[in-house]
Design a protein around this ligand. Sequence first.
Ligand SMILES: [Mg+2]
Length: 442
Amino acid sequence: MTSRYRVEYALKTHRRDQFIEWVKGLLAVPFVLYSQPTGVFDSTGYNVAQTVEEAHRRYAEIFRDVEAMLDDHIAHQAAGNKVPSKLRLLVPSIGNFFTRLPLEAAFKFQDRKRYISSRRFVAPSFNDVRLILNTAQLMAVTTYGHLQLATFDGDVTLYDDGESLEPSSPVIPRMIDLMRKNVKIGIVTAAGYTTADRYYARLHGLLDAIASSTVLTPQQRQNIVIMGGEANYLFEFSPTSPHLLAPVPRHRWLTPEMSGWSDAGIAALLDVAEASLRDCVKTMNLPAAVMRKDRAVGIVPHDPRVRIPRESLEETVLVVQKTLEVAVGGGRGRDFDNRVVPFCAFNGGRDVFVDIGDKSWGVSVCQKWFASNGGGDGGGEGGRDSNAIVGEHTLHVGDQFLSAGSNDFKARSVGTTAWIASPSETVDLLDELADFMGKKIT
Ligand SMILES: [Mg+2]
């Protein structure tokens, strides 16, 4: 699984996560200056425990300083300050934050698990920093507020790519535990099936466990929805339906903004995407067929046993994305700025799809759905014009924050996020979360 990310970097250096790389660079300085690699073979005048303690102290200081810089950045953000924060000057691509991040505490937590300070040859890595940020985010959503909604990506987050959630999956009891604690769950997946049987095939382990659970009340069984095709098909739990899911008609869940996307605009966007995909199939001689749906268009291999090379899939994503940005976005720059009909082009591992909307819309729908269904307990704090669950009470867990399309990245605009690299990391993350929900840090 780690090779996934290594390939990514080699392919597109411009897609590095600047903030994580910057923190990694800061940590490299004390590592280079103070680590004692020679202590491995020559222990004269050298105390291991002391060196570890010194490395720990210096790393912790860096995280404390970055934490203070983030607080300053958040203060700028809250004041709507036009003058950039110091952090924005140093890391121009830094985003907005829904919560402060207790980085020093999170570092101490992860150092106890990963022995980062004990290493003498391997400097604090990208993955170390990513996991520290995840821990800090979990501490934040359980300390400064009350986690109300957890949304999950499907492939690579809940199960391995292309697999399904089997009854033996260790993630299932942890998700049920969240539902039991009245945390709402949204599975926000790119898988764009229009019927319940297909989602049941992918998620049957979880759905059966919810149906037969003895710890969930009938009302708590409704604490889950499936949002498919990023933001296009909503299903609610339905104990009496053959596949335990019932489709929810669009008019019941489309947000006012989403209702504004005209059918003509959607068709026009998909037409452009379809032509561009056909072009890629021809140019790269891909063994794939174009598949058009009402809210998506993609290419899928003729033979499911054939794997299209990863580079061809990535090339296709980038070609279609650029074509759409120019055609629909009028060359206005970033794809996020497309105000006509938002779209998301992504590499699904075996296929490429262009969906209407993206995960930020999918997560928004979950935030509103649970509020309007009596879900959000006090989500609307004084002065908010809607009772939807807010970003600081939402956590999205996903694996796509860097690769072409990076659909989980878009969820950052509507809630807090955790970036995992495998289903087993999701299990670890949920254990950490349960731990923090039990005892708030002070
Ligand atoms: Mg995924």
